[in-house]
Design a protein around this ligand. Structure first.
Ligand code: PEP
Ligand code: MG
Length: 595
């Protein structure tokens, strides 16, 4: 039966594929296909993990204190039995050999099947055994991940799309955490749908950076879509069509081909300078999450990196932080890849929807707090962990010896925080000098993403070399709505006069003070805003590499003077609601808006 599910359009394009349902807790495993000749090796990885866990459990059992409750030993017996149970192991092997899934994916797919069977059991005792299977699988997955160590500088392994002739797959889940998106980058899926999430949730942001069609906030999707359903993801409309009719399918295949052609056309702009019709040069920079993304930035023709979200280096590490040397290698690899173009590294922005680790097992726990978006997030967390912060600053400064590095500090609210940060940078530089470690001059910038910072901007401009406007959080904190919450997504409005007034004010004041100003939130990559931001005086935009070409196309069609009067009257006293509406109409009627 064909039906539709509505959600939020967060990443453009059309994906057509068979649905793979993955429970939220299992999105963090790698999903890729293995080639025919690797199947045996993959099954050996599964066996090795089973043997490791069996040894681990036997050891635990042997070392149980004499007075330990007898249930504990019985529980370990059950787990050992499950480990050798054919329903788990043989069926998992089958996923590997028949569907060519990698071992982790196969194991979690089998867990999904078993979990559903347990859920349907009448008997309470048996139903509760589901937790035992989950724990055993969890141990096996951990054993497999111990066997493959993380590589920060490489970021992510090459995308493995050894799809053995099967149809493309799309992922359907209740939620995908931002950290899990790193796994998604390496996976075989060509699009995804989630029940939860807002337009500028970090999951949506990473989807845009991957340039894959996605719909979030689709509420019931993971309940109503079934395994292997044929699914069309219309990322432009925020629509998911399940089991479409032949006519609808043909229409979407046509649209898919059209957008590929459009992309090809846009990619020819790669070497064209971004200059407006009246000769204003616009700097188009890239936002990246992992070092490997620098390649995409270079091939998109980015003039540099305007935002390296360094927190992604800190995630998925079972609570263990990357060492100074690991971080240094990661930053250096980006600086080297950018080949002399500036690289703006933002210090870690952990917190809110980007927790350090879902299991938070390490020494440095990051507790979620009562309201994570308003809690110990970003620079607040950095200042509360001075050792970790100094280590990151040292790594960034050391990378500056290899190219042009700029430092960016997220979520500043108080001038005292800024002073503390600058003082720490000064001390770290002294440490490096004393140790004979080379580093170059580094500009330091403040992110303006809390309304308080925008309202007292001159105090920050006195202290920093440049500012970068984080519109995603600026909107979240000004309009008092959680950017990740789909139930208030309709109120998340970048056109709200309060937002445009703050953005315009920051651009104007920074320029007047002779300081650099950039926008690195999603507004910079939204074609609807190019002309308005240019008219406000913005000359530097930072966005996902995949958005650079279409923003460049808009820049080439823009006359920076056309909306000058309207901007001046809107923010210079006229009715601001009326003015902002006229601005919106001016760009939509000119056809530059794609949203
Ligand atoms: C922003 O808030 O606009 C921003 C660029 O930072 P992030 O999206 O990582 O919070
Ligand atoms: Mg932010």
């Amino acid at each position: 039966m064909s039906f539709q599910v509505f959600g939020l359009a967060v990443s453009r394009g059309v994906a057509i594929g068979r649905a793979v349902l993955v429970s939220s807790s299992r999105v963090d495993v790698d999903h890729y296909f293995v080639a025919e000749e690797q199947i045996e090796a993959e099954i050996s990885r599964l066996r090795a993990a089973r043997d490791d866990v069996a040894a681990e459990l036997s050891l635990l059992q042997r070392d149980l204190p004499a007075d330990a409750p007898s249930e504990l030993s019985a529980l370990l017996d059950v787990h050992l039995m499950l480990l050798h149970d054919e329903v788990l192991i043989s069926a998992t092997k089958q996923w590997i050999s028949e569907r060519h899934y990698n071992a982790e994916w196969a194991l979690s797919a089998q867990l999904e099947v078993l979990a559903r069977q347990f859920d349907e059991m009448e008997d309470d005792y048996l139903r509760e055994r589901k937790a035992d299977v989950e724990q055993v699988v969890e141990r096996m997955l951990r054993a497999m991940s111990r066997a493959s160590s993380p590589d920060l500088a490489g970021g992510d392994a090459p995308i493995r799309r050894t799809d053995p002739g099967a149809e493309p797959l799309v992922l359907v889940a209740n939620d995908i955490a931002p950290a899990d998106m790193l796994h998604f980058k390496r996976s075989v899926f060509t699009g995804f749908v989630t029940d939860v999430g807002g337009k500028t949730s970090h999951t949506a942001i990473v989807a845009r950076s991957l340039d894959i069609p996605a719909v979030v906030g689709a509420r019931e999707a993971s309940r109503v879509i079934r395994q292997d359903d044929l699914v069309v993801i219309d990322g432009d409309a925020g629509l998911v069509i399940v089991n479409p009719s032949d006519i609808v399918l043909e229409e979407y295949r046509f649209r898919q081909r059209q957008s590929e052609l459009e992309r090809e056309k846009l990619s020819r702009l790669r070497h064209t300078p971004a200059v407006t019709m009246d000769g204003e040069c616009i700097e188009l920079l890239a936002n990246i999450e992992m070092p490997a993304d620098a390649k995409a930035a270079v091939s998109a023709g980015a003039a540099g990196v305007g935002l390296f979200r360094s927190e992604f280096l800190f995630m998925n590490r079972a609570g263990e932080l990357p060492t100074e040397d690991e971080q240094f290698e990661a930053y250096r690899s980006v600086v080297v890849a950018m080949n002399g173009s500036p690289v703006t590294i933002r210090t870690v922005d952990i917190g809110a929807d980007k927790p350090l680790d879902r299991m938070s097992a390490g020494e440095l726990r990051h507790d979620h707090g009562l309201n994570p978006a308003l809690g110990l997030r970003a620079v607040r967390w950095s200042l509360s962990e001075p050792g970790m912060f100094r280590q990151q600053l040292r790594a960034i400064l050391r990378a500056s010896a290899f190219g042009k590095v700029r430092l960016l500090i997220p979520m500043l609210t108080h001038v005292s925080e800024a002073v503390q940060v600058l003082d720490t940078i000064g001390r770290v530089k002294q440490q490096l000098t004393d140790a004979g470690r080379p580093f170059s001059a580094v500009d330091v910038g403040a992110m303006v993403e809390v309304p308080a910072a925008a309202l007292v901007l001159p105090s920050f401009l006195r202290l920093f070399d440049f500012v970068s406007i984080g519109t995603n959080d600026l909107i979240q904190y000004t309009l008092a709505l959680d950017r990740g919450d789909e139930s208030v997504a309709h109120l998340y409005d970048p056109w709200h006069p309060a937002i445009l007034r703050l953005v315009e004010g920051v651009i104007r004041q920074a320029r007047a003070a002779g300081k650099g100003v950039s926008v690195c939130g999603e507004m910079a990559g939204d074609p609807a805003f190019t002309e308005v931001l240019v008219a406000m005086g913005l000359r530097s935009f930072s966005m996902h590499p995949s958005q650079i070409a279409s923003i460049k196309q808009n820049v080439l069609r823009t006359d920076s003077r056309r909306l000058g009067h309207l901007v001046a009257s809107t923010f210079g006293g006229e009715d601001i609601w009326d003015g902002c509406e006229r601005l919106r109409l001016a760009v939509t009627s000119a056809g530059t808006s794609l949203s």
